[in-house]
Write a protein that binds this ligand. Structure first.
Ligand SMILES: *Cc1c(COP(=O)(O)O)cnc(C)c1O
Length: 396
């Protein structure tokens, strides 16, 4: 398998950052890849594939209906479109012009995140206008109530480690308030292991990425109410045309869902815990690096290792360490979304035991070299931001 990298002159990355789509998200399960290869040489009715995928979605989520699109980002846009048009084909064909239809879509301000592109743009693409609720770190029932009273096509609720970690209105209160107004709630939980919660709480639709924890191909899984999901599927005759998924992706997503239900989750967690325990030992005693265990904050069953850097002692700022590791041989990606606070995280979920050992050795070696040469603590955080603002394709 390493041959493919050589054949195409690609530089592999050891991924200790988690399911990052910019790095290829996850390691696909071999049985999923096999099904995708197997179907690629056949003609079938796509509707038949969607039907079998729907059965897997229903069995996994407990929803009435399901549909597969090309990504969660696409699924978000198509769910918003469905909330605006319903099953009206003329309205579907007219989007993003929504004519006189209600197009206001509310999102809590603290959930207006960026997953590589913004939630706000994903909503606006369907012709909707975004109504922010509350402020960055506080959203109350009355914020939502006022928006409902003024009229809404939908509420989008985002569950993610990117959201502001305080003051959110919980999903059960959102669905409760929206139900009283007949307004659908669309839950984007692309990266969350919980596949039954949102539908049980009354969401009209919930969205997951097939390529993240499910270890399937790039795809977006929609589960929800039958009428709503039908309106989502019909969007493929409108703005969804450019977001459709092929036969390999639909079957791959279905196979990944089936594998998820069969997976020995306890064994997978034990394997990850062994990796983190190995890191705790291998990185113990590094100058300027404090280690601690960090449970995933949205409740996914992942415990990561936190590295808290004291730059004067470590010889590098956290962002310099992450950047040098990525530029190293082999390239190693750490989770660096809190690097500006001198915190880095090691995520075990995409690693073999061998790779995990390589990650620890690379961190030790990079820090030792920086201390010997004394060439660290040069690039300030403002330098990083300046470079990101100027260079296209900068770190994502
Ligand atoms: C990853 C992610 C997305 C985007 O998912 P894709 O399937 O790659 O489009 C959207 N929302 C959230 C919360 C995510 O974590």
């Amino acid at each position: 398998m390493a041959d493919v990298l050589e054949r195409w002159g690609l530089r592999g990355v050891i991924n200790a950052s988690g399911t990052m789509t910019v790095l290829g998200a996850s390691r696909m399960l071999p049985e999923v890849a096999a099904e995708m290869a197997a179907i690629s040489g056949h003609f079938v009715r796509i509707a038949d594939l969607q039907k079998l995928a729907e059965a897997e979605i229903v069995a996994t989520t407990g929803a009435e209906a399901g549909f597969v699109t090309c990504s969660s980002a696409a699924a978000l846009t198509l769910c918003v479109a469905a909330a605006i048009t319903g099953p009206d084909l003329a309205a579907i064909e007219a989007l993003p012009d929504r004519g006189g239809r209600e197009g206001r879509v509310a999102v809590q301000m603290g959930q207006m995140i960026d997953y590589g592109a913004t939630v706000a743009q994903g909503i606006a693409l369907a012709g909707a206008s975004v109504v922010p609720l509350g402020s960055a770190a506080r959203c109350e029932i009355y914020h939502l109530q006022a928006a409902l009273d003024a009229g809404l096509a939908a509420v989008v609720h985002v569950v993610s480690h990117h959201t502001v970690r305080e003051g959110e209105l919980p999903l059960d209160l959102v669905t409760e308030a929206c139900a009283a107004h007949g307004v659908p709630v669309i839950v984007d939980m692309a990266s969350e292991y919980d596949m039954t919660g949102p539908v049980a709480l009354g969401a009209a639709a919930a969205i997951w990425s097939g390529h993240k924890f499910l270890s399937g191909p790039t795809s977006g899984i929609v589960a929800g109410r039958r009428d709503f999901v039908r309106a989502v599927a019909l969007q493929n005759r409108g703005i969804g045309r450019g977001m459709k998924i092929g036969k390999e992706g639909i079957l791959g997503a279905a196979a990944a869902l089936a594998a998820w239900r069969r997976r020995d989750h306890a064994a997978a967690k034990a394997r990850e815990e062994a990796i983190v325990a190995g890191w705790l030992q291998a990185l113990d005693g590094l100058p300027g690096v404090a280690l601690s265990l960090c449970p995933d904050w949205t409740g996914n069953p992942i415990t990561r290792l936190e590295l808290r850097i004291t730059p004067e002692a470590a010889g590098l700022f956290a962002w310099e360490l992450a950047e040098r590791l990525m530029a190293g041989d082999p390239a190693v990606a750490l989770r660096d979304d809190l690097a500006e606070h001198q915190r880095l995280y090691l995520d075990p979920c995409n690693l073999t035991a061998d790779e995990a050992g390589t990650v620890a050795r690379a961190i030790r070696a990079t820090l030792a070299t920086a201390r010997d040469k004394g060439d660290g603590c040069r690039q300030s955080w403002s330098d990083v931001k300046r470079a990101r603002g100027i260079l296209p394709g900068g770190p994502a």
